[in-house]
Design a protein around this ligand. Structure first.
Ligand code: AMP
Length: 483
């Protein structure tokens, strides 16, 4: 095939490359998160990117978008790989036959090739790309018997998540989260009511920690909103949901189709609606705050007191409900400037039932996930972009003898932590200095016959063009002082 016809591959829809110098900013954010979180006693956990698909269904909730329509999952067995090879063979034949690449015809053929490939499937054959990491952290807590460690166990993570959402600014199919979780085994004779103050202090500290990170990064226009969604009992959220459903039925005709559907499937999520025409109707609906049981109301009041003690400013938002089923009591969301409609940079809350629903012991949990892509976007909008990684020293050398000295010099400078560019072949000094300039080098170290003979190095300061002769030790000393 002539080169001009070779297909140019591109990233697939909703995925993107993150390039230098932007990656400098990503590194800074991740480093700062590590520094801040460790001062709060958190340790890093690294998790796999794939998990059993039904772990997410159990942990996140089957009828949520995250574990439902947006989940990337597939059958992982030797038979699928065989099946995939057959599918690819069909795609190839079709592409040859269907010159206009009629995708419908292709889909049909793929389905035909696919059908009958599997007789029976085990649950363990279904794997998924993780859409979030809280369920994985809980799975790891159970799998590694972390209830036996000093409680609570405080862990943070960062990495890519995958959701098959409709891509737009700030919304990708592969995106990155930095999150943290606090897990604490509930002792058999523990009275949960007695722990309200303690839980609220933990919630307060977790929120304080995210705000400390955002503060350290210099995020602008950060707004924290909190709410309590009670707990799943008839005298608390259960009663509220019944009441909400009844009220929603009365105004059903004024809602759009999505909200109408949610009255049945997940009425709380109607409160999430951004549809303009519905807002007045939603504002008139009953509010969960009036339906909380005594313990949940006490806990909520205590969380607010905790935030005040910690100097964390917040606003209450009774419509803040989380899309994920396992949340209870404290929920929070943080928005930031410069993000358009996708302005949530962090979501979090308490999920005391999750570990148990994944087969573990009764365990309390609270955590959050920061959307790193959006955090970075917001920093960039505020003019805090990553700066290109310049060089401290460009080693301009000429002559065989000079190369050995240049290599030794580069090794020493790098070992001392300086960023050094060492060209692989000799260059005329004029050309070398031009390249040093382009790379943003601070100094050019010039090594030619004279320098080798005298043992004295020529150092050019690129900013002002000044030049000086000095020994290796003097140069290192100067670098240390000036950078
Ligand atoms: P969630 O896990 O849905 O609570 O999301 C937590 C945070 O992750 C959100 O506040 C967003 O900042 C970020 N996030 C969620 N989905 C996406 C996405 N598709 N693209 C980029 N960021 C996302």
């Amino acid at each position: 095939m002539p080169t001009s016809e070779v297909r140019k591959f591109r990233t697939i829809r909703g995925l993107r490359d993150i390039l230098p110098p932007e990656t400098e900013l990503w590194n800074l954010v991740e480093r700062t998160a590590h520094e801040v979180f460790t001062t709060f006693g958190f340790s890093e956990i690294r998790l796999p990117i794939m998990e059993a698909a039904n772990m997410f269904e159990k942990g996140v909730g089957e009828d949520t978008d995250v574990a439902g329509k947006d989940l990337y999952f597939w059958v992982d067995s030797p038979r699928t790989n065989k099946g995939i090879r057959r599918v690819r063979a069909v795609v190839k034949r079709t592409e040859e036959k269907v010159s206009n690449r009629n995708s419908l015809a292709r889909e049909t053929l793929i389905q035909q090739a696919d059908s009958g490939s599997f007789d029976t499937l085990a649950e363990t054959d279904l794997v998924a790309l993780r859409p979030e990491a809280t369920a994985s952290v809980c799975r790891a807590y159970i799998e590694h018997e972390m209830h036996a460690l000093a409680q609570p166990v405080k862990m943070y993570y960062s990495g890519p998540m995958f959701r098959r959402e409709r891509p737009q600014k700030g919304r990708y199919r592969q995106f990155y989260q930095i999150g943290a979780e606090v897990l604490e085994a509930i002792l058999p004779n523990q009275d949960p009511a007695k722990n309200i103050g303690k839980d609220a202090a933990v919630d307060g500290e977790v929120i304080e920690m995210v705000m400390a990170l955002f503060g350290r990064l210099g995020m602008e226009g950060v707004k924290l909103e909190i709410n309590s969604i009670g707990h799943n009992a008839p005298d608390c959220r259960g009663g509220y949901v019944e009441k909400l459903k009844a009220e929603l039925e009365k105004v059903k005709s004024q809602l759009d189709v999505d909200s109408q559907r949610r009255i049945e499937t997940n009425p709380l999520r109607v409160l999430d609606s951004k549809v303009k025409e519905e807002q007045d109707v939603i504002e008139m609906l009953p509010r969960i705050g009036d339906y909380l049981c005594d313990d949940c109301a006490k806990q909520y009041a205590e969380v607010k007191r905790q935030l005040e003690m910690r100097g964390v400013a917040y606003a209450e938002n009774w419509r803040l409900v989380r899309g994920l089923d396992y949340y209870m009591r404290t929920t929070f969301e943080i928005t930031a400037r410069g993000l358009g409609s996708q302005n949530a940079v962090c979501g979090g809350g308490r999920y005391d039932g999750l570990v148990q629903s994944l087969g573990g012991r009764p365990t309390k949990g609270i955590g959050f996930a920061i959307g790193e892509d959006r955090l970075i976007l917001s920093l960039q909008e505020a003019g805090k972009g990553g700066t290109a990684q310049g060089r401290d020293v460009f080693v301009a050398w000429m002559g065989e003898k000079a190369q050995a000295t240049a290599i030794a010099a580069a090794q020493k400078l790098r070992a001392a932590g300086f960023r050094v560019e060492l060209p692989p072949v000799e260059q005329k000094f004029g050309k070398a200095l031009g390249q040093a300039d382009k790379l943003g080098a601070r100094y050019a170290l010039i090594l030619g016959d004279d320098e080798i003979a005298t043992g004295q190095w020529t150092v050019k300061t690129l900013a002002d063009g000044s030049q000086a002769t000095m020994s290796e030790t003097q140069f290192l000393e100067m670098l240390r002082k000036s950078l």
